[in-house]
Every structure is written in structure tokens, then in C-alpha cells.
Write a protein that binds this ligand. Sequence first.
Ligand code: SF4
Length: 403
Amino acid sequence: MTNDSLKRLREWFKKNAVSLPWRPANLDALRDPYAVWISETMLQQTQVSTVRDYFIRWMKRFPNIESLAKADEAEVFKYWQGLGYYSRARNILKTAKNICQRKTDPETHSAGSVQAPSGMTENAKSKMIACKMPETRKELEALPGIGAYTAGAILSLAYHKREAILDGNLVRIFSRLYELDFLPTESTSTAEIYWGYAREIADSPKAYMHNEALMELGRTVCKTKSPLCESCPLNRKCRAFADKRIAEFPPTKKRTEKSWHGTVLVIESADEKILAVRGGQKFLDAQLSLPHFESQRGATIGIPAQAENYINTDDEESIKHCGTFRHSITVHKIECDILNIKLKVNAKRASTAPKYATEWIEKAKAFETFANSFSLKALKKVFLDSLTPLHSAQDDKGNGSRE
Ligand code: SF4
């Protein structure tokens, strides 16, 4: 997301942030991590309007971790009654007891990563240290009931750390902004794509505000049904909005695997450069990749008409079919023919009016320039004999990247 979009998001949030019992009036203030933890846990699968009163009652009875750790399960359940999913309440109690029982190091007065301020009495120090929420993702996620989302919320909203969160609201927004036709729950690689976008917006001193603003935007504007796109601060950059395809995102169900057959072009100029394209292709949008398009199996005789989208096909000197490769990107099972087209002209004279954004890269640097295994696989097939051993280790890095 661009800095401009993030600025508009922050401005929108400052104007539209709803008053909530767990949200201070000053949106830039550090927060009580205990209150963040309790509110975020209550909000899982429960409406904000329902949680509001439960949270107020809870905080009156259990204002801090210490008071909660001393409670018994029956009483905790009483204060949870009506929110459902009682395992959440059970885990909250377990975690409170766990935090308060952590051993304090007598030398450093620290428990885990928590440090006591100087000037406190020994008694106060041990109480404060022993009952403080941890400040690292690793420690938080080791506690019962605290997963990646809650840990990210505590770290960013309470401690203002640059930590990402990903809940249903952010998934819906990312899916629409970038037209992601898959869900993070489908595979490790699809989850990584969503978390990649979440980390991008959290890579800022204002991560706490970006995270909370997106959750609020998802709840009040980018709603599941009838989103209010005209008043959305991100509408200028939203692909689904621009393409009038909002109803298609996010996909409603886990998608089954899709087969895709295509052709990838390795186009070489007379001065030893290779044509790369950025965007407008079926896969690897916004990444530098080799030109590719959908085609029938075996439709590789002669120069394909689609090559005219990148070069002047009259400049062709030779064309060679270099085999096929298989690859997976998100839910797509890809099979591609590879065509190596050599041109009789230098790069400067080729591709005079390409349909897509193209650039010529040095052939000798091709393996270090492309950062996706889709393109690297095709290059390897073409140049295996003439350019060995060029970066063979880069081959097939799997599907963890944003491909
Ligand atoms: Fe959601 Fe519409 Fe905003 Fe896109 S423009 S993020 S679909 S509210």
C-alpha cells in the first residue's frame, strides 16, 4: 500500500473512529495490554455491540491480570456467560495464571522480556513483573488461547511495535484491494501472501493505527455485504472497485485446484538482452517476469500472435520450443510451453509499441534479476546448456513468495 493510501487511511480513522470502552480518546496513546488482550479475545466471533457491555463488566471485576489470576473458573465463566465459545474464557484464565506464576529472575527482576522500572519496592517489582503481559510474539503465542492475530494486536495496539495482524476484516480488504481470488486458509503459500500484505502496512511507526484503522474500515465500510466504496479512503487503489468486481472478493469457499496451460516467451535481442515484463500478465502481477499467456497444449508451431503484444514479430530471426515445465501458484496448477525467440535486432530497436510495461535485462544477469521461480524455471530450461552453472540454487524456491 502506498504512503499516500496509508495517510488517507489514518486521516479517515481519526475522523471516524467509533468510541469504544477499550479504545482511548487519544488514538496515539499506548494501551493497557491486558485490556487489548481481553477485548480482542471477546471480539473473536462476536459483534462489537455485544462485547461492549461484557467488557465493561469484566474490567470492573477483573481490572488487571493479577485479579483475574486469583479467580476460579466458575466465576470467570459467570462473567463470560452469553459470549459463547467457553474455551476462550478457560484459556484466558489459564494464561493469566501462567503469566503471574512465571519465575522472576532475582538479579535482573525480569520475567521473560519484561523489565521492572527502577525505584520500585521489591514487593511491587515482583508483582508488576510477574503479572505483566510478555512483549514478544514468541512468548505471547506460547500462551493458551493467544494466536498470531491476538499476539499481533497486543504488540501493535498496546506496545506500538511494528507487528502485523490479520483478521477477517483485513482478509476481506486485502482480497478486494488486490483481487486475491483465494483465501489465506487454503495453504501455507496463500496465508503467506495475505500476511505479506499485513506486514507491509505494519512496517511503520504507525503500525498500531494502520492495524486498527483497517479493522474499523472492514467493520464499517468494507463490509461483507454492500460495502460503502464511495466513502472508502482506499477506493483510488482498490482493484475490485475499479473493475466493478467487488462481489467476487473474497471468494466464498475454499477454491479447488485449477489447471492452467500457457506459453512463456524467452525473447532474446541480438545484443544479448532478455525481454521482461512488469504487470498485465496472468501471474506475478507487479513483479518482473517473463511474458506469458494462456494457450492450448501443443499450440507452439511458429511465432504466436500474442508475441506481438511485446515485440515486432517481423524482427524474429529464429524460434525454438524448449520443452515444458510445471509450476504451482496459489490454487493454480500450471503447465507451460517455453518458446525461445531470437531477434535479429538490438533491444533498442525491438518492442517499439508493447502492450505491457516491458524492459530489457542483460542475459548474463537474468538469473539474479528475476525473483520468482516461474521465470527462473523457464530460463533454466532455455539456458541450461549455454549458461551453466548460473545460480542453479535459485531454481524452484517453492511457492512461498508472492507469486
Ligand atoms: Fe472495500 Fe470498496 Fe474500499 Fe475496495 S473501495 S477496499 S471494496 S470499501
